[in-house]
Design a protein around this ligand. Structure first.
Ligand code: PLP
Length: 459
């Protein structure tokens, strides 16, 4: 019997950890459309981003280099939890009775509990060496806020976080973890910013959205040269920082002796999905493998599957540059599902472009199917997933059950991008039979999409 049949985890040593991030843009058949200055509607230049980001990150955002060296100070910190393990889900496969092989790359071992530290650490580093004193940000599920609070603590920066109201109310321990790292956390919409007051004054208990929280954090950063803003997803440089996930997974799949036929990942803004899949997409474009690459989104917020591909703002107040992306409209407020990290009205411009090029697919999955999948996963693999990657697990299970019907030799690779230790209230609701599927009616975003279509730039 093949020894490898019994191998559960595929691990790399610290000196096998990749030392460069991968920038997929030069390898694509065409570049993604540029971000536009909201006033002039001309392509935004580096100087347009300077009030928000340090120059090193802006240069990464527009870089044409295929690889960028990871700074030594960042590599040192990465080594605390990287390389991250790749697991084969033998017991889940057995439960499903599927011939498919299911692999998952686990990012929940970082101190903050998700993949977000892969970008929070370099972002804090580049801001620190640029002399910035404080970073502001938003957080949906609380994962990004935690990751940035951790990273800013390491580099001696202050950190101020606007946590989406629904998440702030449901996850007090997420807030506390950020405070343990030294961050200041506000419920969003807050009465501290003009963007927040537009909602707070109408309803102080407004559930909030990522778009509103981004507006608040951007507003504060833009007003003070010592403060900059950090975004946990969506932008090119963020997706690039996450490619260390896929570069490691490529080596680990080689160790396992398998080539993925399906890569599935959950998409909020697209960073864990892009991070896992871009190195494999490079190999696919080079003709070395041919995996189907599938983004999985929640039905509450189906930007890729139901959104319009058009220029829209990254935030609700309309303060960011305009980005061409799949969007449900910046004024769309998704149902407050538990996967708070997936409640973003848009999708990364880079993922949107790759989707338009036909290099990947997308599906939307309802919340209860995700938690059913998560329970199967937890009761076989032992790890309690964050609500976001339950979408990826649900899609992996769907694919494994297709393989059971067809007998295909499917090899599924997914990112288990975070643990759910702070999300047990969601599991309580599910186990108590109280969880409902989100509203899946397209009329929810008809108006906000029409607003986007009406922008002069989109006509
Ligand atoms: C932030 C987050 C997401 C959503 O963001 P992406 O950029 O799409 O990865 C998904 N899962 C977890 C665990 C997160 O923290």
């Amino acid at each position: 019997m093949d020894e490898s049949v019994h191998q559960h985890k595929f691990t790399l040593t610290e000196d096998q950890m990749p030392t460069q991030w991968y920038n997929i843009i030069p390898d694509l058949p065409s570049p993604p459309p540029p971000a536009l200055h909201p006033g002039t509607l001309q392509p935004a230049g580096p100087e347009d981003f300077l009030p928000l980001f340090p120059m090193d990150l802006i240069l990464q955002e527009v870089s044409q280099d295929s690889y960028i060296d990871i700074p030594g100070a960042v590599l040192d910190i990465y080594r605390q939890w990287r390389p991250s393990p790749l697991f084969r889900a033998h017991r889940l496969e057995k439960l499903l009775g599927t011939p498919a092989k299911i692999y998952y790359k686990f990012e929940g071992q970082s101190p903050a509990g998700s993949h977000k530290t892969n970008t929070s650490v370099p972002q804090a580093y580049y801001n620190a060496i640029a002399g910035v004193k404080k970073l502001t940000t938003e957080t949906g599920a609380g994962q990004w806020g935690t990751a940035l609070s951790f990273a800013t603590a390491l580099f001696g920066l202050e950190c101020e976080v606007w946590q989406v109201g629904a998440s702030y109310d449901a996850k007090p321990y997420r807030r506390l973890m950020m405070e343990v790292y030294g961050a200041k956390v506000h419920r969003s919409p807050s009465n501290l910013t003009a963007a927040g007051r537009a909602f707070y004054d109408v309803n102080p208990n407004h559930p909030g959205s990522l778009g509103i929280a981004i507006s608040e954090a951007v507003e504060v950063a833009a007003q003070d040269p010592e403060i900059r803003y950090a975004l946990g997803s969506v932008l090119n440089h963020v997706l690039m920082h996450q490619t260390i996930i896929g570069e490691e997974a490529l080596l680990q799949m080689q160790m396992a002796g398998d080539t993925p036929t399906h890569i599935v990942g959950c998409t909020g803004g697209g960073s864990n999905f892009g991070g896992l899949s871009f190195p494999f997409l490079r190999e696919k474009m080079a003709g070395k493998m041919d995996p189907k690459i599938i983004a999985v989104e929640p039905e509450s917020c189906p930007s890729l599957t139901k959104g319009v591909y058009a220029y829209d703002f990254g935030d609700t107040a309309g303060m960011t540059p305009l980005m061409k992306m799949h969007t449900l409209g910046r004024n769309f407020v998704p149902d407050p599902i538990h996967a708070g990290g997936l409640r973003y009205h848009g999708m990364a411009p880079l993922i949107s472009h790759i989707y338009e090029l036909g290099l990947m697919e997308a599906i939307a999955v309802p919340q209860t199917e995700c938690f059913e999948a998560a329970i199967k996963f937890a009761r076989t693999e032992g790890i309690v997933p964050a609500p976001e990657p339950t979408h990826a697990i649900a899609a992996a299970i769907r694919q494994a059950l297709v393989a059971k019907e067809t007998g295909e030799e499917t090899v599924i690779l997914t990112a288990l991008c975070g643990h759910g230790h702070f999300d047990l209230a969601a599991y309580e609701e599910f186990l108590g039979g109280r969880m409902k599927d989100e509203n899946a009616d397209d009329s929810r975003f008809a108006e906000s999409i029409d607003e986007v279509k009406a922008f002069p730039i989109n006509n």
